[in-house]
Unconditional design. Structure first.
Length: 202
């Protein structure tokens, strides 16, 4: 139990440094990273900062930015060949602003950064040579850090942090390789609809 505790603490620390988990063999740690497309925090963040309701009736231009991709990382320790436990860190963000006159004076500017940290587990369904099929699950929290600037308000600037539950549900995942290889994960959650990445045993 002491060894397991040390490994889990190391996983959380490494995750905070953008290192990610995924192990497919008994008694191994694996460095894992991926690029995720359209994650759940992206959508919730867009609602929080109001990307869909920017008023341009008085302005000459408007802008909104919602990234199509976010970064994922983590570490997992496998108890046996089918079950693992670890942590996953996901990073995403968005921004929005409007201008109100021909000089381009900014009236509203909002930027958001949304890290999500989940305790995660991997369950392998099938393995044949270098090919594996597995599911990835996680539960944790998303931290919405929002910076706002409104020229017409007093004070004009503010910074807020909101915390919401987060999760990863990826029932359809594939990997190819042994000590190093590639991953493809499909599902819903903090990591994105589709995650493409790689891994390396450490």
């Amino acid at each position: 139990m002491k060894r397991l505790y040390v490994l889990l603490m190391a996983a959380l620390i490494l995750s905070a440094s953008s290192i990610s988990i995924s192990a497919q063999e008994k008694g191994t740690l694996r460095f894992h990273y991926s690029l995720g497309l359209l994650s759940l925090p992206d959508y919730l963040g867009a609602v929080i900062i109001g990307l869909g309701s920017i008023d341009t009736s008085e302005g000459v231009s408007s802008h909104s930015f919602l990234p199509l991709a976010n970064l994922n990382a983590g570490l997992e320790y496998h108890f046996n060949e089918k079950v693992s436990l670890g942590a996953t860190l996901s990073l995403s963000g968005s921004s929005a602003w409007t201008t109100i006159d021909a000089n381009g004076e900014i009236n509203r500017k909002i930027a958001g950064f949304y890290p999500s940290l989940c305790v995660s587990s991997t369950t392998r369904y099938f393995k044949h040579n270098l090919f594996s099929m597995y599911g990835h699950w996680g539960v944790g929290a998303s931290f919405y850090m929002i910076s706002q600037y409104f020229r017409t308000e007093t004070p004009p600037s503010s910074f807020n942090v909101a915390v919401t539950p987060a999760g990863n549900i990826y029932p359809l995942c594939f990997s190819w390789g042994r000590k190093a290889g590639f991953n493809l994960e499909c599902g819903w959650g903090s990591k994105g609809f589709v995650n493409i990445g790689g891994y390396l045993n450490i």
